[in-house]
Each structure stands twice: as structure tokens, then as C-alpha cells.
Design a binder for this molecule. Structure first.
Ligand code: GLU
Length: 470
């Protein structure tokens, strides 16, 4: 079999939403799993609703998800001449005709059909009139009067539509612009697309598009329609269920590979496997395992996957991403002040506890600030830094100052000895130390935290809390 070609064909009327990203991903994976090509076409024919910002937002999101098309991006609007050339071809072959019926006339035809209990549609009254071009005239396809259009949907299985169900659809509007169905067919054909995978909001267009392929005697591609994504309440996914734009997931601190993995599993499965490398997805994806019922968006699962990817992420990359979050939230100066080495040493302690990069940045904060800027949680201070704890901490700080090697085992041995000598429980000193050096009651392991902070910062923080007793 020759190489397969798939495509993603978004209309640039807004950001790339989660559903669109999933369609793009499935099309991408379908191509890659069969050694094929994945193309991108921006369907910007609606000049009023399409914006360059939206086009850029889609390109940025695809880049973030690493769904790079194999060829040059095609812009549909730039192909209007070609669309018109094909419309002329259809007119010349007798498969299309001019129609001068007004909107009111067409509405009346629909009304009449409805009154007779028939499907409301344009009645074909201009089919045999032999009209030529003229102002206000549209071009329509001559839909066969009998027969049906049947195809085997890659996701939904066999679908057949009787021709009499379908209008003589408009191919060119009266303002001279080609319609969506015509443009899509011409572009898919010219781009060599062999497999069209798209949202099932297009399932009604497919038999119409197949009629255009037939009229042009072009090979008909395979079609597949992916069901939509629902919110946890089983209603259409919307803003109230969380974010809709892919890039909002970036701002919320998700890694692109987690989003890709999550979207791949949203409607596709491979046994019980949940975590997939990109290579695995590219090898294992198959349309046979695409579900035909709608999937429910599950933020908890996305968080869980994100946590898995954070644990595995390369430290240098993670440091860059955490710095991006700090820059975003606290400004360039704050990010520039970060000691990257401290961050790199702190990250392995924080990785197992973070669900997002935003959490990671937040959790790393106490490592990165100087003692004078450390924020103390008031409740934690009131509970754990009472005068008797401060007195104990002062003795502990003196003991710590004498320690030769500022390493985990040595710190642990010293602390153990310190509590044993005083017949105290470990926790009598552990929380006061933790609050002193981190400002909070939850942190990674005490001794590893001290090592990452280093002798100087640890002692400076223990010294600082003595001021709380004044
Ligand atoms: N441009 C259409 C949309 O964004 C998709 C067309 C297609 O995939 O055939 O809904």
C-alpha cells in the first residue's frame, strides 16, 4: 500500500481546544503508526471569523504538543482559484448547475416539502434550466436522484445515506466564494489525503463530500468520525468543566507529554496501559481501538499523568520550566535571582510530590529565597515556635554549628543524639526545625532539605527564628 496521508484542518476562529487537539493527535498518530505523513491545513475561508491571532494560537499549541506537520502548512483561503477551477470543471461535466432561486424561494420549497411530510430541501427546480453565470446565482451540485452513499466509517462502522435525503448542495455562493464542503474535498484531494479523521460534528458532511468526489471521479479517502468529549456531568465539555484551550493547560503547569498521553487515552485504548511514551503511541495507535461513544474528561487522571511525567522529567528541563513559572508569576527579576544550582538540587526532593509545575514552583520557593525573604506560615509559627521550642532550637543550632560534615547521615546522627540526651521524642524537635528552615509544616525529608539548603542558609534560618521569641 502506498504511504497514507492524514491531516488536521482547523478553522482559525479561536484557540485550539482540547477536542481539536485530540483530533489532531489522533490524525497525527494514525499517520505515524503507518509510516505516513501528517499535514496541517488552516481553513481560513470564513474571512470574518478567521484571525491571524487564532492561526498563530493553533500553530503554537501544535508546536507545544509537538504535533509537527510533515509538509508546508496549507492555507485554504489562498486556494480559492483552485476551488473555482474545480467548480468550473463540475459545471462543464454537467455535475453542477447555476441556480438563481432566492432565499425566500428556497425557504418556501422547504416549507412545502415539510407540509407534505417530506424531508425539507431545495427542490432542484434550476437543475435543467441551463442557466449561465449571473449576479446572485449560486452553483449547486447535481445530487443523484437515486441510490445512496455508503462508506465504512473508521470509528463508527458502516454508514449509508440515501441520495434523496440530500439537497443539491451549494458549491459556490452568490458572492463567488466556494463552500466548505467543496473546498475540503478539493484540498484533501490535492494534498493527497488518504484518511480523514475528524470530529463527529462533521459526520453529516461526509456523504455530501463523497458525492463531490464521485462527480469528480476522484478516489474517495477513508473517513472516521471521533465522538466528542463530555464533562464529568456527561454534558458537552465546556468552560465550566475547567479549561478548554490547550495552552491554558500549559499555564496551569502541565507538561505537553502528559497532555498528549492523556488525550491519546481519551477515546483510545491499548489494553490496560495508561502511560505511553511518544514512541509507543506512534507505534501502537490504531483506529480499531478508537471508542465510538463519547469520552468523559477527567482532570484527576490528567493530574495523575502529569505527576508521572514530572517524576521522570530531565532535571535541567524541569528547572527551565519552573523558572518560566516563576517568571510568569513573580517577574523576570525574581527568576533572575534564582540560584539554579540550588533549584537543581531541590528538584529531586520535590518531584515526587508535585502534580503540576505550578505546584513544583510553589514548593521550591523556600529553597530559593534568602533567609530575609523567607515567608513563615503564621499558624505553623504559633504552633511550633513557642518559647520552649525556641530555647531547644537555640541549643540545637549550637550543636549543629559544631558539625564537621553537613551531610544527611551526620545530621541525622547528631539530631538523634540531641533528642536522646534530653529524653525527647524526635518529633519534639523535627517540626520546630522544619518550620524554622522552610516556613511551613510540610516539606521533603528534613535532613535532605537541610543538605540542599546548605550549612549557611540552614543556620541563618535557625538563627532568624530566635527573633520570633523577642
Ligand atoms: N475546518 C473544520 C473544523 O474546524 C474541519 C474540517 C474537516 O476536518 O474536514 O471544524
Amino acid at each position: 500500500m502506498s504511504q497514507i496521508v492524514t491531516r488536521f484542518a482547523p478553522s482559525p476562529t479561536g484557540f485550539l481546544h482540547i477536542g481539536g487537539a485530540r483530533t489532531a493527535l489522533f490524525s497525527y498518530l494514525l499517520a505515524k503508526s503507518q509510516g505516513g505523513r501528517f499535514e496541517l491545513r488552516i481553513e481560513d475561508t470564513d474571512r470574518e471569523r478567521s484571525t491571524p491571532e487564532a492561526t498563530q494560537a493553533i500553530l503554537d499549541a501544535m508546536q507545544w504538543l509537538d504535533l509537527q506537520p510533515d509538509g508546508e502548512t496549507v492555507f485554504q483561503h489562498a486556494r480559492a482559484d483552485r476551488h473555482n477551477e474545480v467548480i468550473e470543471q463540475l459545471l462543464a461535466s454537467g455535475n453542477a448547475y447555476y441556480c438563481d432561486c432566492t432565499k425566500e424561494q428556497v425557504d418556501a420549497m422547504r416549507e412545502t416539502a415539510r407540509a407534505q411530510g417530506k424531508k425539507p430541501k431545495y427542490d432542484g427546480s434550476c437543475r435543467e434550466r441551463g442557466l449561465g453565470p449571473g449576479p446572485g446565482r449560486v452553483v449547486r451540485l447535481k445530487t443523484p436522484l437515486q441510490g445512496s452513499v455508503a462508506y465504512n466509517d473508521m470509528v463508527k462502522g458502516p454508514i449509508a445515506t440515501a441520495c434523496e435525503e440530500m439537497d443539491d448542495m451549494i458549491l459556490r455562493r452568490s458572492d463567488g466564494t466556494p463552500t466548505y464542503n467543496l473546498a475540503v474535498v478539493v484540498d484533501d484531494h490535492d494534498m493527497g489525503v488518504t484518511h480523514v479523521l475528524r470530529g463527529d460534528d462533521h459526520v453529516n458532511n461526509t456523504p455530501r463530500q463523497i458525492l463531490i468526489y464521485r462527480a469528480l471521479e476522484w478516489d474517495v479517502p477513508e473517513f472516521g468520525h471521533v465522538p466528542m468529549i463530555l464533562g464529568p456531568d456527561k454534558k458537552k465539555l465546556s468552560k465550566r468543566h475547567g479549561a478548554l484551550s490547550v495552552m491554558e493547560y500549559q499555564s496551569m503547569g502541565y507538561l505537553p507529554e502528559a497532555v498528549v498521553n492523556y488525550l491519546a487515552r481519551l477515546g483510545w485504548s491499548h489494553g490496560d496501559q495508561e502511560v505511553f511514551t511518544r514512541e509507543e503511541l506512534e507505534q501502537l495507535f490504531s483506529v480499531e481501538h478508537l471508542g465510538s461513544s463519547p469520552s468523559v474528561f477527567d482532570t484527576k487522571k490528567l493530574e495523575w499523568l502529569n505527576a508521572q511525567y514530572i517524576v521522570q522529567a530531565d532535571l535541567n528541563r524541569l528547572a527551565d520550566l519552573v523558572l518560566d513559572v516563576i517568571r510568569e508569576e513573580a517577574g523576570d527579576q525574581e527568576a533572575a535571582n534564582v540560584d539554579r544550582d540550588v533549584l537543581l538540587r531541590a528538584l529531586p526532593l520535590l518531584q515526587p510530590r508535585a502534580k503540576t509545575l505550578v505546584e513544583l514552583a510553589e514548593a521550591s520557593q523556600f529553597f530559593l529565597v534568602d533567609v530575609s525573604h523567607l515567608q513563615y506560615d503564621e499558624k505553623a509559627v504559633n504552633k511550633f515556635l513557642k518559647p520552649d521550642s525556641l530555647a531547644l532550637l537555640a541549643e540545637y543550632t549550637t550543636a549543629l554549628r559544631g558539625l564537621d560534615r553537613f551531610e544527611e547521615e551526620a545530621l541525622e546522627a547528631l539530631t538523634k543524639e540531641f533528642v536522646e540526651q534530653r529524653e525527647l521524642k524526635f518529633k519534639a524537635i523535627a517540626q520546630p526545625i522544619r518550620v524554622s528552615i522552610t516556613g511551613r509544616t510540610a516539606s521533603p525529608g528534613l535532613f535532605e532539605t537541610m543538605v540542599v539548603l546548605g550549612r549557611e542558609q540552614t543556620l541563618a534560618r535557625l538563627d532568624r527564628v530566635q527573633d520570633f521569641g523577642l
